[in-house]
Design a protein. Structure first.
Length: 654
């Protein structure tokens, strides 16, 4: 069948001897859905949902090829035959969903994030050149170890193909072991694996030859590589392009998967999962450079989150296939919806990085703040239709209320949502008003669309009270009234100018001159308000209780924001708690030494000190005997992720 709207995106593509049904790809990404190096039912259910959602190709997360490849405590391993049954389950589930499946072959070299038991592991690399990001000093590989690892790639590939996968992909991206061999700044060997371009390519060339000899001519072999590692000490762009050209000319790879960045440095690693500060499809020009050199299929990653963008990239000749991994984490049904022309129903990824890569970095199974069913497919993969249809009242149109209402309606209940303000979205509307955060507003649009599609009756400009609730006679009540700004107990002397960050963001209160922003949470509120004030002409100091600004944010998001603080000339004072304010001075106590710290010459103070629950209605309803469920910030102020998850859980229990 042909898609009228996306004829190129939904055309088949031959990759080696495999043919994928469309050009949408889920690339290898760690899910933290692994147990002792093996596939779990949770991981199978996760990939089954995306296969059934219409994706063309699923590339599984990295599989360690050698015992020294354990770069996290939750990496998949393919070092012995015990891995085969799990991979077979994955292959069957994905193929039953109509998708093609490849597996990644991986060794991190010196890019080791953590150990298995808390003790530091021995890291191996071409040369004893330290890793900047994880502060790892590796040991240089000897020739016997190099050969052992290369053979490990071959035996791991054999196991994956024996398990039923359609192909394998050798990971040479993001500064991992093959890239370290290619990089003249990371490889200073003087034997036949270093010293010249030909020698530095030898490790990867021989590895691919071993893989092909081991698995035969039928399965597909791909290469994932970073073109421009975005790091002064990274693999040079031209070196990567020449390596791709050479390997393609040797007919060692059937396709190449293009990405950018490196795990080796903070700035380079930000491109592994680029946040919303980077433009959509910003890596596509690099893929075009590859296509100009090779005849094999090329696929590209880098913030491609909508089918319209993917179609354009293929039509323009930038790429043959588009990697849309986070788009599929956010909406596993995106391919089917795009094919059917249901574009308004696509839940677009907003690149917040909070529950996908953010969970991975924290060691938890990945999910999505907009779609908490992701990673929880075993519990919420299929909406259960209630046999006892109820009249449900949801009070509050923020993320918690919107999710609760849509899930309840999808479960067969009659749902009314009331919101006191003219607009739906709650604090999402504040977040989108900050510099560089406009895309975050997509979460409100997506959640609102889900509620409308589910048939929720929505009433804005409607204040809920006991009288309204009584008049509606609901069977079930879900309260999602959110939170209000928290004002810490401060000693106020004179008549200083003090306001809350919410007032500044909503333009309800203007300040000028030298402004101090008091940041308690270490999230987007303090940093974003500081940036907003600078753009309004203020001179800003951000005073935070943490070691640094943005501590509560995922690393890649935090890095982008810290860079903007530096560019905007915003001063940061860490490790301080406020205790007093007068007409021109803010008084702090150092959180470690208790010593006083004064910021003088202050014209205004803006409080970004977190929130307190607005649970008055929740308490009133409970007191008069209603059975009521609270969700989101009215229970405890947290983030959008917890609010949406609360809504899912509460509605699922009706």
């Amino acid at each position: 069948m042909i898609s009228k709207s996306f004829p190129r995106l939904f055309s088949p593509l031959a990759i080696g001897r495999a043919t994928i049904r469309n050009r949408i790809v889920s690339s290898g990404h760690d899910t933290v859905m692994v147990h002792e190096g093996h596939v779990t039912d949770q991981l199978v259910a996760y990939h089954r949902a995306r296969a059934q959602g219409g994706v063309g190709l699923i590339v599984l997360q990295v599989s360690g090829v050698h015992e020294s490849a354990r770069y996290t405590s939750h990496v998949l391993m393919a070092v012995d035959d015990s891995c085969i049954p799990g991979y077979t389950k994955l292959a069957v589930a994905i193929r039953d969903g109509g998708a093609t499946v490849f597996g990644q072959l991986f060794h991190p070299g010196k890019e080791v994030m953590e150990s298995q038991d808390g003790s530091l592991p021995v890291a191996l690399a071409p040369s004893a050149i330290p890793n900047e990001r994880f502060r790892v000093m590796p040991r240089a590989l000897d020739l016997a170890e190099i050969r052992e690892i290369q053979l490990g790639y071959g035996s791991a590939a054999h196991r994956l193909i024996k398990a039923g996968l359609d192909g394998v992909e050798v990971v040479a991206s993001h500064g991992y072991l093959p890239s370290q061999f290619l990089n003249p700044l990371a490889n200073v060997r003087t034997d036949h694996y270093g010293g010249s371009d030909e020698n530095r390519l030898r490790f990867l060339k021989e590895t691919l030859q071993i893989v092909r000899e081991t698995i035969g001519s039928e399965p597909t072999i791909g290469l994932r590589i970073s073109v421009d590692e975005r790091d002064p000490n990274g693999l040079p762009e031209e070196a990567a392009l020449e390596a791709i050209n050479q390997l393609a000319s040797f007919q060692l790879v059937d396709y190449v998967s293009i990405t950018t960045g490196t795990s080796a440095s903070l700035g380079g690693s930000d491109h592994i999962v680029p946040d919303m500060s980077w433009p959509n499809a910003y890596v596509a020009p690099l893929a075009r450079r590859v296509k100009e050199r090779v005849a094999i299929p090329v696929m590209v990653a880098g913030r491609i989150n909508q089918p319209q963008e993917a179609e354009r990239l293929i039509a323009s000749g930038d790429t043959d296939a588009t990697i849309m991994t986070r788009a599929l984490i956010c909406d596993p049904e995106m391919p089917n919806r795009a094919f059917n022309g249901e574009l308004e129903d696509i839940r677009a990824c907003i690149a917040c990085n909070q529950a996908c890569i953010g969970h991975f970095h924290a060691g938890y199974p990945i999910s999505c703040i907009q779609h908490p069913e992701t990673g929880r497919e075993l519990a919420f993969g299929k909406r259960q239709i209630s046999r006892n249809r109820k009249k449900v009242l949801v009070i509050g149109g923020g993320p918690a209320g919107l999710k609760a209402s849509s899930v309840a309606a999808e479960s067969g209940h009659f749902v009314t949502l009331v919101e006191s303000s003219p607009h739906l979205g709650g604090q999402i509307l504040l977040a989108q008003a900050l510099p560089g955060r406009a895309e975050f507003g997509g979460a409100a649009q997506n959640l609102t669309r889900e509620a409308i599609r589910a048939g929720v009756e929505i009433k804005t400009r409607t204040k809920a009270d006991l009288a309204l609730v009584a008049s509606m006679e609901p069977d079930e009540i879900i309260v999602a009234t959110g939170a209000v700004p928290y004002r810490p107990s401060l000693e106020i002397m004179g008549e200083p100018v003090i306001t809350d960050a919410w007032n500044v963001i909503k333009s309800e209160r203007s300040v000028a001159g030298n402004v101090v922003v008091l940041d308690w949470r270490g999230d987007w509120t303090g940093i974003g308000t500081a940036r907003l004030l600078v753009e309004q002409g203020c001179r800003v100091t951000l005073a935070t209780i943490g070691y640094a600004a943005g501590e509560a944010l995922q690393q890649y998001v935090r890095d982008a924001l810290l860079a903007e603080l530096l560019r905007k000339g915003i001063s940061v004072v860490p490790l301080v708690r406020p205790y007093g304010i007068d007409n021109d001075t803010v008084y702090f106590q150092h959180v470690l030494t208790d010593e006083p710290i004064l910021l003088e010459g202050v014209d205004a103070t803006v409080l970004a000190c977190g929130h307190t629950p607005d649970n008055r209605l929740l308490s009133e309803l409970a007191k008069v005997g209603y059975v009521v469920r609270g969700v989101g910030d009215c229970l405890s102020p947290r983030t959008v992720e917890e609010a949406v998850l609360d809504g899912l859980l509460a509605a699922s229990e009706l």
